[in-house]
Design a protein around this ligand. Sequence first.
Ligand code: GGG
Length: 377
Amino acid sequence: MRDAGYSILLLPGDGTGPEVVAEGRKILGALAEGDTARWHLDERPGGAQYYLAHGKEWEPETEAAAHTADAILLGAVGWPGATLPNGDNAGAALVLGLRQSLDLYANVRPCRLYPGVQHKISGAYSTVWSPKNVDMVIIRENTEDLYTPAHGILRRADETEVAIDNRIITRKGSERVIRYAMQLARTRPRGAPEDGIKRVTCIDKSNVMVGCRFFRETYDRLAVEFPEIERDYAYVDAFTQWLVRNPEHFNVAVATNLMGDIITDLASVLQGGMGFAAGGNIGDHHAMFEPVHGSAPKYAGQSKVNPFATFFATEMMLRWLGARHGDAQLVRQADRLERAIASVLAAGTARTYDQGGTVTTREAGDRLAEAIRRLPA
Ligand code: GGG
């Protein structure tokens, strides 16, 4: 452990972001009780609403703090009407900007249905989607593809005539995210729910696009280094139906950036909705954790949205920090947080509106904090 504890930067962002990050903060506080203080929190504003008020997305000191923090917990960004002069959404510096400047190349999105959570297909468990058969991690490449700023527009006589986004797929970007997926599959003891096999599915559109063909060739070349991992392939269009029909087949899946973004939103339906979907943006030296959902402006200020995605993001953050620094106590705290989350979800005592409940964001945080205190540090 670091002598001064780990520095965790909180970037609540916009809309409902500050509401869910406040609950994440509450949970970190409950974990720290009875344990020596292992982290210190540095919370700073920024995002689209900050841009509307101050003419900039964040202060230079906030960006600098992101580069020196041991880990970052982000809320959400985006606000209607907050647009930069170049047409980009204000607030993107905190998400897309940090993914690039900190080189957070693997976007890790677990998709697991916990007992007590209703998936969003029918509102009732079926034999197809149950906690037994939804337990996968989708890895999304996070720095290239259609997200690189290799784009432009052609304007003639004040009319936009053409808009072009170039899709960039590099050897380095593909290799490192595929290797990340293979290494993760090695560490997942249960493998795929269907058969326990440690399987990595390469998701692409290699029957049409050269970038995807290159991505799949890279997958095949690297797979040789991981003989214990079963190779598996899915064209992205077919994957969308298999994901819903046979989620138990999937253990770890790896995809390019935009496809990964789309399929993880779909996958979130199997885990109870976006209110449960957490993501880790991981690089070799930095990491940022976030609920996958956006700022949900229509719910802002109502203490209504589901904070569990932020709780899962917090758990991922503690686990990553613990592994990175060889800090077993931090890993135990991540385990404790996961057990507390599982117990509250199983008891059904923290259901927010999206789960058909009436519990507020704050009350859900209170219930989880109580559950944490019941478990030994
Ligand atoms: N919770 C983070 C957030 O607000 N994300 C919105 C966003 O800009 N996402 C872009 C992406 O993940 O592709």
